[in-house]
Design a protein around this ligand. Structure first.
Ligand code: BV8
Length: 254
């Protein structure tokens, strides 16, 4: 039985809820240049365009059709029934994990429904959308509130807490992430270094040079319920026939 589990989620776990990923077809980065909408420089150059980018994502999340999927709910079941320690680190800024019921959750790239004062760094629950009329209540003169989101070049949130959890976990699971963005993409190295078992759940086949010991291919909503039950039965992912070796890539038959 595992004692400490760290889970990293990316845009892929929200994809089946109807939220575009970043780098898949019709992804968010296809329509926008990263440097224009997800960097402090881009925001300084054109805050109106960046606010429109985030306001569009807020509107999508307010759409009643976007709800947590079976992948989110499987992680809630694991959190509620697993006897050891568990931490979900999400790169996502949506609130689908919370709406599904996850509590031991850390948004390392910020949260869409929070704004931040650029001067005091105080965060506020977003009342509406972003715009020049939405200013802070902590400064004089009031400052234009920015998205409480970690842009490229900014330091992610909670890195010390994440590092501590990775140093002592015995299972690291990455779900629906392309492993493109650091430091999140390097978490698997830390987990491997400390002797944890490492497994990734992804729609795509395992990369030949994957750093994960195990790979389950498929949709998170379809694969996670079985993986969670496997773990809750006290079994190890090494029991699964999905080892990633130099010449064999498992198909993740759980
Ligand atoms: C930092 C918030 C310093 C905004 C985001 C050169 C080399 C290496 C690194 C760098 C470099 N130059 C610069 C860097 C650092 C840089 C970086 O990594 N750049 C990359 C592009 C090379 N990183 C930073 O700047 C970070 N800060 O380094 O600060 C520092 C650090 C530590 C200590 C001191 C100083 C800050 C990065 C944060 C940027 N902000 N988001 C917003 O959301 O609008 S990143 C953005 O990408 C999102 O957070 C997103 O979550 C994240 C990662 O993307 P994914 O989640 O993986 O999504 P993606 O579309 O890529 O992939 C989806 C996956 O799901 C695919 O694999 C697909 O197959 C799979 N999938 C699809 N459907 C399903 C599925 N899987 C399962 N089921 C499905 N149904």
């Amino acid at each position: 039985m595992y004692q400490q589990i760290v889970i990293l989620t990316g845009a892929g776990i929200s994809a089946e809820s109807g939220i575009n990923t970043f780098r898949d077809q019709d992804g968010l980065w296809e329509e926008h240049k990263i440097e224009d909408v997800a960097t402090p420089e881009g925001y300084a150059r054109n805050p109106v365009m960046v606010e429109a980018f985030y306001n569009a994502r807020i509107a999508q999340l307010h759409d009643g059709k976007v709800t947590p999927n079976k992948g989110h709910h499987a992680l809630v079941k694991l959190e509620q029934e697993f006897n050891g320690e568990l931490l979900i680190v999400t790169q996502n800024i949506d609130d689908l994990h919370e709406r599904a019921g996850s509590r031991r959750l850390l948004h390392m790239h910020g949260e869409l429904f929070k704004s931040r004062c650029p001067q005091s760094q105080q965060t506020f629950m977003l009342q509406d959308t972003f715009g020049p009329e939405h200013t802070c209540t902590c400064c004089i003169p009031a400052q234009r509130l920015r998205p409480h989101v970690v842009w490229f070049g900014e330091i992610p949130i909670g890195l010390d807490r994440i590092q501590d959890a990775l140093d002592s976990c015995d299972l690291f699971i990455a779900i629906g992430t392309s492993g493109t963005v650091y430091p999140a993409a390097g978490f698997v190295d830390t987990a491997n270094y400390h002797g944890a078992q490492t497994i990734e759940v992804n729609l795509a086949e395992a990369d030949r040079h994957s750093k994960f010991q195990y790979h389950v291919q498929g949709k998170a909503s379809q694969r996670l319920p079985d993986l969670v039950n496997h773990i809750l039965q006290g079994r190890k992912v090494s029991d699964l026939s999905c080892a990633v070796t130099d010449n064999l890539i498992g198909k993740g038959d759980i």
